[in-house]
Structure formats: structure tokens, C-alpha cells
Design a protein around this ligand. Structure first.
Ligand code: ADP
Ligand code: MG
Length: 396
């Protein structure tokens, strides 16, 4: 789960990291009041769950409270489009007004869980303020990585190594090492999947300060962070992902595919995507209906899949244990009728009441091909995807 910059900033402050003085505002008048309190120059920053705000006009330097008010008025109530949002952008309901920092150098610092190593890894770079993906792509030698230890954490000498690799001036070495150690605590104690400070700034007077803050909390750990869970902002999320979250369905949108995948279980999701690739196509999404499967949730799952305009064919792969095939089949048929979808479906069902499920599907009159197993489903899928000139060009 993503949170806003002003919320992330507060967490960093609580853990002792240096951050700019700031306040949050929902109206231009409030923005002006914050700017007055801070005195002098401020930056007005659109609060959205997306980066790249600077280049998109979502970060503005104001030299007076009046100007801060004007910038806030121009941002609030609009949708901000950045290279990280879709073309429709995300709504700006709040702005953060922060004191302007005199920047000498912009650096990069983040912590993620490294999937291969299975531990948190600190990533640092002298190339701050820009897209880190681009740095990783073009000049990977400019990324410095240090793995933390799950038991020991990040050793002080590691923090000092990172500060040294960042080339911070002697005056800021100690503060930067402390900042890195504290950021590691932020990461671990809040069950984060990402903390990112871009830019980490060296100030003109030789200090160090975290100018931007991005924090993602691991969804599966939210149950033990009620205060963080309360920061969830549904408005910032893609509509289909929001609906899936509301029904406790795991939905993941994937770029560039045309097969909608409905499965139960993460392992089955992986196998289903492999088989989709084998059939010469790419998944447009996958939706995991999980273990329990009431008809209503199946119906909502199906509606979500057909609402994805990239989907040209639906692959349902079910291994019914606790879930019952007949309930899932009825849910699919109901939702297909209700939405009036004409998308073809390939369905593989095994397990509890599989035969009844297949019967419901075959008698529904919908464009559904029932397969006995995943291998059978893959062959049907391959044949259906085969016709030349169909859609967005599969890789066959
Ligand atoms: P984003 O990553 O969404 O573009 P940032 O918070 O990183 O937003 O801001 C973009 C740029 O604006 C920064 O790289 C920095 O140069 C400048 N900036 C941001 N906050 C401040 C601040 N408090 N004082 C001075 N400049 C700032
Ligand atoms: Mg940034």
C-alpha cells in the first residue's frame, strides 16, 4: 500500500530523520497560512501517489505566501498527469507546503526487499533527483547496494560505507550515516516494501536532508499496523484495483497482454501465466479469487476482468477444494449474462463438483469452452488465439 509524501515525511521525522519543515493544506487559504508560518520561500507539492511530479508541474517554488496560495489554487482539484500515472492522471486533494531548501547536491537512497537475496537491500546513488530506473539502465555502476542482515539489521559500518559511497562532504558524513541507519529502522519497523528518498539533498551549508519521501507498506503486514492501514487513500488507486481490494480479491494488471486470467491460488496463477505464454499470448491481468469463493465474489471478479479493455479472451483455471466448481461456474454465468460480455472463455475446472460446474457452463449458451485440465485449456487457448490478424498481434 502506498501512502502520501506528507504522511511518509511524518514517519521519517518520528524516526529522527532530517526533513524540511512543512504543513499540509486542502485549500489555497490553508496553503497560504502554512507558507506564512514557515516564512520566506516555500515549495508547494501536489500530494499524489505518483512520482515525476517535478517535471509535471506538481512541485512549484513560491517566493511569497501569496504565490504559494496561487500555486495551491492551480493544483488543488485538478488531476496531475505524470509519467507514472495513466493519461487521466490522479486527483490532487492536498498539497504539502515545505520550506525551500538550498540545494548543493541531489543524491538517491532507497531500501527494498531483494527478492533473490530475501533481505532488505539499501540502494544508494550519487545520481539523485532523476529516474533511478534510467540510472540502473544506462549507468548501473552508479548504483551502490548493501544488503542488510535479517537478524543484525544494518551495521553502523555499512551505513558509513554508504555515506562514503555517496561522496557526501565531511561535514555531513556522520549525519548521513545516522540517517541511513534510521531509514533502515523505518523500513523494518513499519513492514515496508519500499522506502525511497529521491532526492536526498546536501544543502549549501553542508548539511543533509530528505527532500522527498516515498513509502510503500507491505499489504500482508497491514493487519499489525492499524494506524498505517488508516492512511489508505482509495482515490489514488486504479479503479479496478480498488474494486478488487474492496472485495478482498488479489487483482494484478499486467501490461501488453490480452488474456484475462481468473484463478484460485498464487501457484496456480503462476502456472496459468506460464501456460498463457506457451499458448503464444500474454496475460492482461490475473485475478486470484483465493480459497473461499462465494458466488458474489466470483461475480465481482468476473466483472473486474471484463472491465479491463485489454482483455480479448478469458482463461479460468480453477482447482476447487474449499471453493466449489458449481458455485464458481454459476457466478461466471451470472456475471457474463449481467455484463452482456461476448468475450470467449476457456475454463479448466478440477476438484469439488467439477462435473456439475462444467455442466452449468456448457448449458449456459455462452461462448465457453470447458477443458478437462490446464494442458487442455492451453490447447484451446492456442487455437482460439491462432486466427491471423486478430487483435494486438500475439507473438505466434
Ligand atoms: P517528484 O519526485 O515527484 O518529482 P520531488 O519531491 O522529488 O518530486 O521534487 C522534485 C524536485 O523539486 C526535487 O528533485 C528538488 O530539486 C525540488 N524540490 C523538492 N522539494 C524541495 C524543497 N523542499 N526545497 C527545494 N527544492 C525542492
Ligand atoms: Mg522525487
Amino acid at each position: 500500500m502506498n501512502i502520501h509524501e506528507y504522511q511518509a515525511r511524518e514517519i521519517l521525522e518520528r524516526f529522527g530523520l532530517p526533513v524540511p519543515k512543512a504543513g499540509v493544506a486542502s485549500t489555497p487559504a490553508e496553503a497560504r497560512a502554512v507558507a506564512e508560518k514557515l516564512g520566506g520561500r516555500v515549495v508547494v507539492k501536489a500530494q499524489v501517489h505518483a512520482g515525476g511530479r517535478g517535471k509535471a508541474g506538481g512541485v512549484k517554488l513560491a517566493s511569497s505566501p501569496e504565490e504559494a496560495e496561487q500555486f495551491a489554487a492551480a493544483m488543488l482539484g485538478t488531476n496531475l498527469v505524470t509519467h507514472q500515472t495513466g493519461p487521466q492522471g490522479v486527483p490532487v486533494r492536498k498539497v504539502m507546503v515545505a520550506e525551500a531548501t538550498d540545494i548543493a547536491d541531489e543524491l538517491y537512497l532507497s531500501i527494498i526487499v531483494d527478492g533473490d537475496l530475501g533481505v532488505p537491500v539499501v540502494i544508494a546513488s550519487t545520481e539523485g533527483g532523476m529516474d533511478i530506473e534510467e540510472v540502473a539502465d544506462k549507468t548501473p555502476e552508479k548504483l551502490f547496494r548493501v544488503a542488510g542482515d535479517p537478524l543484525i539489521g544494518l551495521s553502523p559500518y555499512h551505513a558509513r560505507d554508504i555515506a562514503a559511497a555517496l561522496g557526501v562532504p565531511a561535514s555531513a558524513q556522520r549525519a548521513t550515516a545516522a540517517l541511513i541507519s534510521n531509514l533502515y529502522r523505518v523500513f523494518v519497523e513499519n513492514d515496508c516494501s519500499l522506502v525511497e528518498i529521491n532526492p536526498l539533498v546536501i544543502t549549501r551549508d553542508g548539511g543533509v536532508i530528505a527532500l522527498d519521501a516515498k513509502i510503500n507498506i507491505e499489504d500482508d503486514a497491514l493487519f499489525r499496523h492499524k494506524d498505517l492501514a488508516a492512511l489508505y487513500d482509495p482515490e489514488q488507486e486504479d479503479e479496478l484495483e480498488r474494486r478488487a481490494r474492496g472485495s478482498d480479491l488479489a487483482y494484478v494488471k499486467l501490461d501488453g497482454g490480452r488474456v484475462g486470467c481468473m484463478v484460485n491460488g498464487a501457484g496456480l496463477a503462476m502456472a496459468t501465466m506460464d501456460i498463457t505464454k506457451w499458448a503464444g499470448a500474454n496475460p492482461a491481468n490475473f485475478l486470484d479469487i483465493g480459497g473461499s469463493a462465494e458466488q458474489e465474489r466470483i461475480e465481482e471478479a468476473f466483472r473486474i476482468i471484463v472491465s479491463d479493455s485489454d482483455v480479448e479472451i478469458i482463461l479460468v483455471n480453477l482447482f476447487a477444494g474449499i471453493a466449489r466448481s458449481d458455485v464458481v461456474a454459476q457466478g461466471i454465468v451470472n456475471a457474463a449474462r449481467e455484463t452482456g460480455t461476448s468475450l470467449p472463455m476457456v475454463v479448466a475446472m478440477r476438484g469439488t463438483n467439477a462435473e456439475e460446474g462444467r455442466k452449468i457452463l456448457s448449458e449456459s449458451g455462452l461462448d465457453i469452452t470447458a477443458a478437462l485440465d490446464l494442458a487442455g485449456a492451453a490447447e484451446v487457448l492456442r487455437d482460439k488465439l491462432a486466427p491471423a490478424g486478430h487483435g494486438k498481434g500475439g507473438s505466434r
